[in-house]
Design a protein around this ligand. Structure first.
Ligand SMILES: Nc1nc2c(ncn2[C@@H]2O[C@H](COP(=O)(O)OP(=O)(O)OP(=O)(O)O)[C@@H](O)[C@H]2O)c(=O)[nH]1
Length: 613
């Protein structure tokens, strides 16, 4: 008796893989994943079930036959239509992030046109260079006056109407240096405006802002502000930028630089024009009909109203009454207001909305998904809570093993560090983060922290204390590198803050790892499936425990069921390929699919667990 692969069969019969697994579950057929094979005689049973469903659910649909010609305009077979109609008629009343039937593209379908969406812009720059003033000017002149009686709440974002269309500005990052929120903030944004005061030129936080935009691979536009001042020197700003390898267009480079004054409004119209042009080039699109996903921009507790959370809709559409899941909490949208304070009933992609309905304030940067109903929301949360407990237990087990190995209860390991950075501000910010990373198990001992490149003296200190030298935005000289090599001292240089922090996480982990091999590496939650017609689908995920490592063994679980086993072949942070991603970071993952598309077997809220290969 010959066998058939589940996903090939699904394709042949024009149903999606989820549906196929559902039917197999119903029949009590066991399988490991959609790559598994099943007996040929089961196929007949499946066909019968599909036929019955089609007849029962879609009265107007013609009898499905394997050779029924597809309609000229649709890429699907008549069977696919029939089975989908059956599904609609039988159970699911509304699509949701956790249960939405995916359409199966045939050989070479014309990709459905996903509509354009408004660009989301973030403004960054050094303190006092005029970020707030510039946003205020745009808000005053470009935001339609709201109806009388509304209460203007700070929502952390606003929408400007320009002659070229809608532009959404995020105004939360503030000057809280080096926070994950801001690193994530750049991720919410499509375009970064770097504000530089014409009388002050490049300052430490300007460089930091540029580094964030570069790390997030979002296009940058430089606004040289305060050009109304007599001492303004825009040319100096441009020359200073070239020294960072950022060459303005008029000097032959590709950096857009716009002189503006937040005081007089000069150049602001040009800036908006450039934003729209950049957005056009980026070809930003989002499907309002796709399952909803979004990001928390900010949240706070209002004494009268309760928890107010600002959500940026990234995909799909939000409606009053929808159930939302964030972290381990959920809420039902009781009311929604737009950034003007006006009540709205629904909100599509690139819309910042303030939501009333969460019982606890969610953290900025958290991903939000929708659930079909309260029951589904609770299930997702229960799954997340149990995963967290498992992770905590695993950590506890690791800790005990370490203690046993050391033969002494409660001994703390110390990681010695020498820190070198470009400015006092960076040194302090990094020290602040390091202090928060310390735990009972590992103490981070910064032996020396200073401005400027590391010296030979640092290397000697490091070699005696077995310390690692971490450099941020400074590079050791050739001579110092040689001494370090001869003494076996590691000097690690970083230009991006989160990479330095990743390294510290690795050092901490290295001190926690028991000597014997542990196969479990970590686990991630799939937050959304990013469909890419050319380079394949990617599962946008969040590492909830341990770490993910490229080429590790991976398995996808839905509840307690393993739906896929294979290898983690692709791992990305933003657009970069990376080897590892640690807990608390978002990443894109791709598995060895054996010809199966991620969107077919994986969906938001599923867990991917990886093990040492
Ligand atoms: N002359 C002139 N003054 C400006 C302009 N833009 C901002 N200022 C002034 O510069 C100062 C700082 O402006 P802010 O908008 O508060 O700067 P910021 O970058 O938002 O500062 P932080 O929020 O503290 O980081 C204020 O006194 C503004 O009035 C401008 O285009 N021209």
């Amino acid at each position: 008796m010959s066998k058939v692969r589940i996903y090939s069969l699904a394709k042949d019969l024009g149903v999606d893989n989820h549906k196929m697994l559902e039917i197999l579950d119903g029949l009590g057929v066991s399988y490991k994943s959609v790559s598994s094979t099943i007996e040929e005689d089961t196929v007949e049973l499946i066909k019968q079930i599909l036929e019955e469903e089609a007849q029962g659910g879609a009265a107007s649909t013609a009898e499905p036959t394997p050779d029924a010609p597809a309609e000229a305009t649709t890429p699907r077979t008549a069977q696919a239509e029939a089975s989908e109609a059956a599904k609609q008629g039988s159970a699911a009343p509304a699509p949701s992030a956790t249960a939405t039937a995916e359409r199966e593209p045939e050989a070479a379908p014309a990709a459905p046109e996903v509509p354009h969406r408004a660009p989301v812009v973030t403004i960054m720059g050094h303190v006092d260079h005029g970020k707030t003033s510039l946003l205020d000017y745009i808000r005053k002149t470009k935001v339609a006056a709201k109806e009388a009686g509304g209460i203007t709440q700070h929502v952390g974002a606003f929408e400007a109407q320009t002659s070229k269309g809608r532009i959404v500005f995020i105004d939360t990052p503030g000057h809280e240096a080096f926070t994950t929120i801001r690193a994530r903030g750049a991720n919410v944004a499509d375009i970064a405006i770097i504000v530089i005061a014409a009388d002050d030129s490049l300052m430490p936080q300007t460089r930091e802002a540029i580094a964030h935009a570069q790390a997030a691979k979002v296009p940058m536009i430089v606004a040289i502000n305060k050009v109304d001042l007599p001492q303004a020197d825009p040319e100096r700003v441009k020359t200073d930028l070239t020294q960072l390898n950022l060459v303005p267009e008029e000097y032959g480079g590709d950096l857009v630089v716009v002189p503006v004054s937040a005081k007089t409004g000069e150049g602001v119209e040009d800036l908006l024009e450039y934003i729209s042009l950049t957005a056009e080039l980026e070809d930003l699109r989002a499907d309002p009909k796709a399952p909803f996903s979004g990001v928390i921009i900010e949240s706070r507790v209002d004494r009268q109203a309760g928890v107010l959370a600002t959500v940026m809709v990234q995909q799909g559409t939000l409606h009053v009454g929808d159930f939302l899941v964030v972290g381990e909490g959920y809420g039902k949208i009781k009311a929604m207001t737009d950034s003007n304070g006006g009540r709205i009933k629904e909100a599509g992609p690139s819309t910042p909305v303030q939501i009333l309905g969460f019982s606890e304030a969610p953290a900025s940067g958290e991903t939000v998904l929708s659930a079909k109903n309260e029951h589904a929301a609770r299930e997702v949360i229960a799954g997340r809570a149990s995963d967290r407990r498992d992770a905590e237990n695993a950590r506890e087990r690791r800790r005990l093993t370490l203690e046993e190995m050391m033969g002494e209860l409660g001994e703390t390991r110390t990681v010695n560090l020498i820190l070198r950075a470009d400015t006092q501000g960076s040194v302090e910010a990094i020290q602040g983060i390091l202090a928060r990373k310390e735990s009972e198990d590992v103490k981070l001992n910064v032996m020396l922290a200073g401005i400027g490149a590391p010296t030979e003296g640092d290397v000697l200190l490091a070699s005696t204390a077995e310390a690692t030298i971490l450099c941020f935005s400074v590079t050791p000289s050739g001579g110092v590198k040689k001494v370090a090599e001869s003494k076996g001292v590691e000097i690690k240089s970083f230009r991006i803050i989160y990479e330095l922090i990743d390294e510290v996480d690795r050092l901490i982990k290295g001190n926690l790892d028991p000597v014997f091999e542990e196969r479990y590496l970590g686990r991630a939650e799939v937050r959304m499936v990013i469909r890419h017609p050319k380079s394949g689908n990617i599962a946008g995920s969040y590492v909830t425990d341990g770490m993910l490592r490229r080429n590790a063994k991976a398995k996808v679980t839905r509840g307690k069921q393993v739906v896929y086993e294979g290898t983690l072949v692709g791992l990305k942070r933003f657009k970069d390929d990376v080897r590892e991603v640690q807990t608390g970071y978002e990443c894109g993952i791709n598995l060895d699919w054996d010809g199966v598309e991620i969107g077919d077997i994986i969906e938001a809220s599923e867990m991917v667990e990886v093990e040492q290969a």
